[in-house]
Design a protein around this ligand. Structure first.
Ligand code: SF4
Ligand code: FES
Length: 681
């Protein structure tokens, strides 16, 4: 610790702090543009200049480390003069087009000019002009407004892992450019919109649609991956206008993925189901809710009154909330049905309650991470950015997979083989690490990884594919031994927003037999995209006597169902998700339901009443949650509990793709446009 004086006040601070960090932690305002706490220091805007005693010139607060006895003045005459001069320089070429700029009202440049600038401009010469660049369907450019702070460049390189933007030219001619006029394609590129301190980079889909002061800000949780990013929906006239990250250092830090940011564009898609639909002949006819519920009663009541086990099959989705999962479980029990597939992306779990086993923010505390069988760029891009951050701190990342992955980071070891061979390699690595087997004389990747497991503090992260492959039963016990013997930890990477919560509600039982049922109910997913076994779903629907779909969107298979009920999209719904670190996060409704759709928990609650389920008179989602959380497990520590069971079809692997992960994402035009661009390169 060192003692410094800031504006006459003596404070004790960490030796390795910069002046700007000291000021921020003591609520002392220093204006800045290029500095960002998550990026490297560029010190190129000079907005943070401050007077420091015994230094002949003012110093940039973002790039100057404190030292014993330093005296800093953030409000002195010299500091104020510097701030005014820098502001004047920055505004020389700025177009001052605030009335037509999307950033107006939330612009750092505007705010800083008002607080620290001069009220008059002395510049009467012509301003320079910079041509805009097409960065793709997500980010819009107005480069006349750019102040060359380089935050966007540093973000894409350091956090996104791709050098997609650069600063070309010098002085008056410096400008931001994409390489060879290419669009920006990182999965987290939208964060440059938030980082840009001026209106040079704005959201293309949001452009000119609302002013910041016209929108209400509502907090919610992203439903697209198991991280559970905290987000803020900005709402106007009952519509989500844009999504921004809500800072949560323990989960998503201050970032979100492009999928989280732009999926809202699917809410008002033409394929939204407007009213309940009933099949008459080969056409679907709109009916009232009352009539739809009576049809359900007339079909399901006789099944219940004269039931055998497993008369009904239920096909859920990994986006079902905890409350919806809990009500679904109760309904299935009422019908004595074990036929529930709550996560159609996998066949079975061979590990009980697979989750991260540690806190998300503990990942970076390990020396090394071995990533097994997970395509993080598609499945969980913000966990991947944490791994990238580790490599910047000289930590090592290894990849073991059955297909090559470009993770946009420097890998230490990469072991890519067909799936059966890779499973043998995992076995060999563990055998060498546990001294059950001697390493081959010539150094192989397997022996290198085994050596690492013996000597370092390693986190093994296992993707969802490997949890649903029977081979984990062969090496699972060895993983447990390794944890006991070394400082290795093991975590799993489930993919769905509520995979962890649903596994606990349903006790990891995720089976539907291929037979004919008296009825089937499918919830909120499209088997042709979201299911590992589309054919099984199709066959069951064909063989079953009465099929219900409860969904926000019409699907290609609509005509296979006898009755379709419109449910709410995520932003119209309320409930809770359990994220990959086993953290329960509850969200409320952000916008009113569209058309005649209803929240799924309410539909299930009414359905349960119609078929006379016991103890089903829940009056609110909160009341359901109160009962649902009783079934949740506390965070287990590092012990892998294997489930021995017969698999019905263990050979298929689910192909996960970031912009095809759920029905809402598939209906976001901007996300589909960027997907199209990526696939045509
Ligand atoms: S585009 Fe924005 S973030 Fe990028 S350098 Fe210019 S002002 Fe900074
Ligand atoms: S914020 Fe310090 S130089 Fe830009």
């Amino acid at each position: 610790m060192v003692k410094v004086k800031i504006n006459g006040k003596t404070i004790k601070v960490e030796k390795k702090s910069t002046i700007i960090e000291v000021a921020d932690s003591n609520d002392i305002e220093i204006p800045r543009f290029c500095y960002h706490k998550k990026l490297s220091i560029a010190a190129n805007c000079r907005m943070c200049l401050v007077e420091v005693k015994n230094f002949p010139k003012p110093l940039p607060a973002c790039a100057t480390y404190v030292s014993e006895g330093m005296e800093i003045f953030t409000k002195s005459k010299q500091t104020k003069a510097c701030q005014q001069d820098v502001m004047e320089f920055l505004l020389i070429n700025h177009p001052l087009d605030c009335p037509i700029c999307d950033q107006g009202g939330e612009c750092d440049l505007q705010d800083t000019a008002m607080s620290f600038g001069s009220p008059k401009s002395r510049y009467t010469e012509e301003k320079r002009v910079v041509l805009n660049k097409n960065l793709g369907p997500l980010v819009s450019t107005d480069l006349n407004r750019c102040i060359q702070c380089s935050r966007c460049v540093r973000f894409l390189q350091e956090v996104g892992g791709m050098q997609e933007l650069g600063l070309i030219g010098r002085g008056e001619h410096a400008e931001i450019s994409a390489y060879v006029e290419k669009s920006v394609e990182s999965e987290i590129s939208g964060n440059i919109i938030d980082l840009c301190p001026v209106g040079a980079l704005t959201s293309k889909p949001f452009r000119y649609s609302a002013r910041t002061w016209e929108m209400a800000r509502k907090s919610t949780i992203s439903p697209h991956d198991s991280l559970g990013s905290n987000i803020e929906a900005h709402v106007k006239d009952g519509n989500v206008m844009r999504i921004l990250p809500k800072e949560n250092e323990d989960i998503n830090e201050c970032w979100i993925s492009d999928r989280d940011r732009f999926s809202y564009l699917g809410v008002n898609h033409d394929s939204r189901i407007k009213k309940p639909l009933v099949k008459q002949g080969n056409v679907l006819k709109e009916i009232d809710w009352e009539d739809a519920l009576q049809i359900i009663e007339s079909k399901l009541h006789p099944i219940r009154n004269n039931f055998k086990e497993d008369d009904i099959a239920f096909f859920g989705s990994d986006q079902l909330t905890l409350e919806e999962g809990f009500l679904l479980k109760k309904i299935s029990e009422h019908f004595s049905s074990n036929q529930v597939n709550y996560n159609p992306k996998i066949h079975v779990n061979y590990v009980s309650n697979p989750h991260l086993n540690i806190k998300i923010n503990e990942i970076e505390s390990f020396d090394s991470v071995i990533l097994i069988g997970s395509n993080l760029r598609d499945e969980n891009p913000l966990i991947l950015q944490r791994l990238r951050k580790m490599t910047l701190n000289n930590k090592k990342i290894d990849l073991i997979h059955y297909e090559d992955q470009d993770l946009q980071l420097q890998l230490d070891h990469k072991l890519i083989k067909p799936i059966e061979k890779i499973e043998k390699s995992i076995l060999e690595i563990l055998e060498i690490a546990l001294d059950h087997k001697k390493a081959k004389k010539n150094q192989t990747t397997e022996s290198g990884l085994a050596e690492k497991l013996k000597t370092q503090n390693v986190l093994i992260l296992i993707g969802q594919d490997f949890v649903s492959r029977e081979s984990i039963l062969g090496y699972g016990e060895m993983l447990n031994q390794l944890v006991k013997k070394s400082s290795t930890s093991i975590g799993f990477l489930p993919t769905g927003a509520n995979s962890v919560g649903l596994n606990q509600i349903f006790n990891d039982k995720n089976d539907v037999d291929n037979k004919s049922y008296k009825a089937s109910i499918t919830f909120n997913h499209e088997p042709e995209h979201d299911s590992i076994d589309e054919d099984l779903h199709k066959e069951i629907i064909k063989k079953s006597s009465f099929n219900i779909l409860i969904s926000a969107y019409q699907t290609k298979q609509d005509k296979s169902y006898d009755l379709i009920l419109p449910s709410c999209s995520h932003f119209e719904n309320e409930g809770s998700f359990v994220n990959l670190e086993n953290k329960l996060q509850t969200f409320t409704q952000v916008i009113p339901p569209k058309h005649e759709s209803k929240p799924l928990w309410k539909i299930l609650r009414v359905l349960g009443n119609y078929v006379e389920c016991d103890n089903f008179n829940y009056e609110s989602c909160t009341a359901v949650k109160k009962d649902a959380v009783k079934g949740l497990l506390s965070n287990k520590n590092n012990n892998l509990e294997l489930i021995n069971k017969q698999s019905k079809n263990n050979n298929k692997i689910f192909k996960f793709s970031i912009n095809n992960s759920d029905p809402m994402v598939r209906r976001s035009k901007a996300l589909q446009d960027i997907e199209h661009l990526r696939s045509t390169r």
